[in-house]
Each structure stands twice: as structure tokens, then as C-alpha cells.
Write a protein that binds this ligand. Sequence first.
Ligand code: ZN
Length: 163
Amino acid sequence: MSSLARVTPGEFCAVDADPRRRHHDPEFDPPRSPGPGPPHLLPQDYQRLVGNPFLAVLGLILWSGALRLALHARNLRFTLLLFACLAGIAFLLQYHCLDCGATGWLFRWRVHACDQVLARRRTGRILRFRGPVPTIQALLWCYLLLVAAILAWIALPPSYWEL
Ligand SMILES: [Zn+2]
């Protein structure tokens, strides 16, 4: 009998399954990981941005007031024009950069990379405390304003809300 007959099938699998024992073949094996590089490459980890929904909320308040007047006057053209302009209120959502003071459209906050952000990214200096991302900040502000509006609606007399 040969020595191969004494080896059980489980032993063959154990040898083949452990990649650390095998020699790495660059032609057939997948490339190894390059090792520990910079921990974060996303610019979001180095930004200091604040979400600002207040201009959009003001636009929405003015829009609803104009809609109320258009419906009260039974002006169909003005009502349709107002509904056509409703999507434009989303362009009033903004972010502000605490480093360079830039203001931009909220839905493009991920691409903001001023000199300070790039310097932090280059050195790998991640901010120790990071709040929520600007879109979540804006959403939280909207919830807070909604709660304040509901409380004002409850607290103020009904005659206050009439035209
Ligand atoms: Zn900036």
C-alpha cells in the first residue's frame, strides 16, 4: 500500500483551505490588500458643515400664503403657477461651511472640499466630534419648526389665523 492511502479526505481539505500556508501566486491569486492605508478617504469625514432649511421654510410659508390668496381669489392661473414653482423651494435648502464660510445647495454638500477640508484630509486628521450630516440637521430643524408651529397653533386664538 502506498502512503497516500492512509491520508483521510479531511486532511486534504485542511491543507488546501488554509491560505496562509500557501505561497502567494501573483498570476492566479487575487491581489493582497495593500495594508493599512488612510482610514477614511471620504471628504465628509473632514468637513464641518451646517444644514440650513430656514430659507426654504420661509419660502414655503410665503408659498402657502400666496396659495391661500390665489384660492381665495379663485385665480386658476396663479394657482397653477404656484404649483409649478413648488419644486423650486427645494433649491432654497442650503449648507454652510464652518471653515471657509461657503454656502451651497444642500443636496450637493458631499462634494464641498475647500482648502481646510483638503488639508485635514491630506494629513488624515479626522474631526473628533461630528454631528449629523447636513441633510439630517436640516430635517431635525424642520421637525423642530413643525413642533413650534403646532404649539403656536394651539396657543394662539383662532382669530389670529384668519385673513
Ligand atoms: Zn469649506
